[in-house]
Design a protein around this ligand. Structure first.
Ligand code: UDP
Length: 244
């Protein structure tokens, strides 16, 4: 059920199958790193061995973003749908509410994780949010945070430090923490806290989320230059028969 796209192993599970898979991690209490991979990071991984290895060592990598889905189609190994960080987070929260899973939120500017937790709690009164931590801890505070997480032992730790920082952080900390599901969620907590907005639905459907982000956060343009480069690489791969 995985494809290999430009060197990265990516799941071709749909959203509901992805949620079931993650549910099984919690039942089995194995330790799992979940990455929602977008084109920008996959492009970066072409030149960063450590990043590519981290992606390929994760237990589950979902196709986040229109770029990955498009590339998979062009290269003849289509994935059925996008499984984005924010959508998967919302689905997992819903499931956590249903099944009584205990979740913790880590990352974002001070106050963001707490506000995100408050908003989720309003929507799901019985949701068990067992910890919120901001993403700018000193190393001493981070040690304390790790101790707390080991003690609390949540079922899911959402890590919002931005990609790829959060991926390296999860790789380096997952064994110490012993949490069954550690998932990098980028700017998701900002959206849940109401501090950032997601693109309107029509833009999501037209695969223009990247354009919305570029308009709202123009300083990201340098990072986003990776997108046309990614598209070019995909087309070159298609035409030149470079290994997928
Ligand atoms: N962040 C953090 N600690 C850091 C760097 C970033 O908590 O040391 C947070 C930042 O406040 C923001 C998120 O990580 O909430 C990054 O969001 P962005 O939308 O840039 O992530 P991406 O979607 O690109 O992964």
């Amino acid at each position: 059920m995985d494809i290999t796209l430009l060197g990265a192993k990516i799941s071709s599970k749909k959203m509901q199958e992805t949620v079931s898979e993650i549910s099984s991690y919690i039942t089995k209490r194995t330790i799992n790193h979940i990455i929602t991979l977008n084109a920008e990071i996959l492009y970066r991984a072409q030149f960063d061995r450590e990043l590519m290895d981290t992606i390929n060592q994760a237990q589950l990598v979902t196709p986040d973003g229109a770029g990955i889905v498009w590339a998979s189609r062009i290269l003849g190994i289509p994935v059925p749908e996008r499984v984005t960080g924010i959508d998967l987070t919302l689905e997992l929260v819903k499931e956590a509410h249903k099944k009584g899973w205990r979740i913790a939120l880590y990352g974002g500017r001070p106050g963001v994780a707490r506000e995100a937790a408050n908003n989720l709690q309003k929507k799901y009164p019985k949701l068990k949010i067992v910890g919120t931590y901001h993403g700018y801890l000193s190393s001493k505070e981070e040690d304390e945070f790790r101790r707390e997480i080991r003690e609390i032992n949540p079922d899911i730790l959402f890590v919002a430090l931005g990609a790829p920082k959060q991926e390296f952080w999860i790789r380096d900390n997952k064994e110490i923490l012993g949490v069954p599901v550690l998932m990098g969620v980028g700017g998701t907590l900002d959206v849940l806290a109401g501090r950032a907005k997601r693109a309107p639905r029509w833009m999501q459907q037209a695969h223009l989320e990247w354009l919305y982000r570029l308009i709202r956060e123009p300083w990201r343009y340098k990072r986003m230059l990776a997108l046309p480069k990614f598209a070019w690489l995909v087309l070159k791969t298609k035409l030149g028969g470079r290994d997928k």
